[in-house]
Design a binder for this molecule. Structure first.
Ligand SMILES: Cc1cc2nc3c(=O)[nH]c(=O)nc-3n(C[C@H](O)[C@H](O)[C@H](O)COP(=O)(O)O)c2cc1C
Length: 328
């Protein structure tokens, strides 16, 4: 499967199994876990182009990554081409493999500022941004879009060619309109149309919660690559299952779950100060504690995790509950 992948960093993004950028979830440690599980490329959480150009510490922290994560793209969001120009120049020296432009985020605050999916309604701004990035870097520039603003305002058939003309080397498509937010079924036919209209590789995204969902998305859209978001949270093994083609590889043993969480914790503790560590860990931990008997009560404990000892207790209980689940 995925025999079309070659040993070429950017091709691992365009024709591979990619971990989607998810603000607040896909930090360096989780991306590293996913790469080890078989994700062929990863993308940073979205980073404000304006924040980078004014040297905001918060934005700069989001650029941190480990060499093991490569190939990695940095995703920028914003609305002013000048900010993207400065940001692209800055990140070009940081060993990223590509620069991705966010034209899909549906969140009100982002959209109201003219960024994210608002760019789908402002093609002059979007093209100026792609041009600004292309002019400042020799790295491939990519764009992550949705299928349109709403069913009444789908993306133009010519959009992929317009973006490619400005220098976009690939397009990732989340198969929803902005008006769908994250709900409703992914619209595969709309992705397929974008694939047909695009002169550059398209990476399909949306609702791959299992190996069969993911294979179906690739088959029904004809996309070059696949991007997985929420289906990987608490289940990075989905990449292992996809890579081997065996759905059972996407179901980890209880001890594998616990050892991956320990690994993630260890990597997080290398760059998150102790004062923040357990707060950030909570969110990650909760992703793993769901879908089995006893999960609700254990989640109650996980939200209070405040020390290594707490984590150790929670993980012992998690392993026991998962073992019981497997034997019933
Ligand atoms: C919590 C969360 C944060 C997200 N953050 C980003 C982001 O920073 N940049 C981006 O392009 N998309 C972001 N997305 C969208 C995902 O990349 C993806 O397009 C979407 O979740 C659909 O794919 P999925 O069904 O596989 O999750 C986010 C999604 C979620 C759920």
């Amino acid at each position: 499967m995925f025999a079309f992948m070659e040993n070429n960093a950017f091709r691992e993004y365009t024709h591979g199994l990619v971990l989607a950028p998810m603000a607040g979830s896909t930090d360096s440690a989780f991306r590293r876990i996913c790469r080890r599980m078989g994700a062929t490329a990863v993308v940073t959480e979205m980073v404000a182009a304006a924040g980078l150009s004014r040297k905001s510490v918060k934005s700069h922290k989001l650029l941190r990554f480990h060499p093991e994560e490569k190939p990695i793209g940095v995703q920028l969001f914003g609305k002013r081409p000048g900010d993207f120009e400065r940001a692209a120049e800055l990140v070009s020296g940081m060993d990223f493999d590509f620069i991705d432009i966010n034209a899909g985020c549906p969140v009100k605050k982002v959209v109201n500022s003219g960024s994210g999916s608002a760019l789908l309604r402002n093609i002059p701004a979007l093209t100026a941004i792609v041009r600004a990035v292309s002019s400042q870097t020799s790295l491939p520039g990519t764009v992550k879009i949705r299928i349109g603003w709403s069913p009444a305002e789908p993306v133009l058939d010519s959009l992929p060619a317009i973006l490619a003309d400005e220098g976009a080397a690939a397009i990732a498509v989340h198969g929803r309109y902005r008006s769908d937010m994250f709900a409703g079924e992914v619209r595969k036919r709309e992705i397929e149309k974008i694939v047909r209209n695009s002169p550059v590789p398209v990476i399909a995204n949306g609702d791959s919660r299992s190996v069969s969902d993911a294979l179906d998305l690739i088959d029904s859209t004809g996309a070059a690559g696949l991007m997985i978001g929420r289906g990987s949270l608490g289940n990075p093994w989905i990449f292992r299952g996809l890579l081997s083609g065996k759905p059972e590889d996407a179901s980890p043993l209880p001890e594998e779950v616990v050892s991956v969480i320990w690994q993630q914790y260890k990597w997080m503790s290398e760059y998150i100060p102790e004062s923040h560590l357990y707060h950030v860990l909570r969110g990650q931990l909760l992703n793993y504690i769901r879908g089995f008997r006893g999960a609700a009560a254990l989640r109650g404990k996980a939200v209070g995790v405040d020390s290594r000892e707490d984590l150790s207790d929670i993980l012992s209980e998690l392993e026991e509950l998962l073992k019981t689940e497997r034997h019933t």
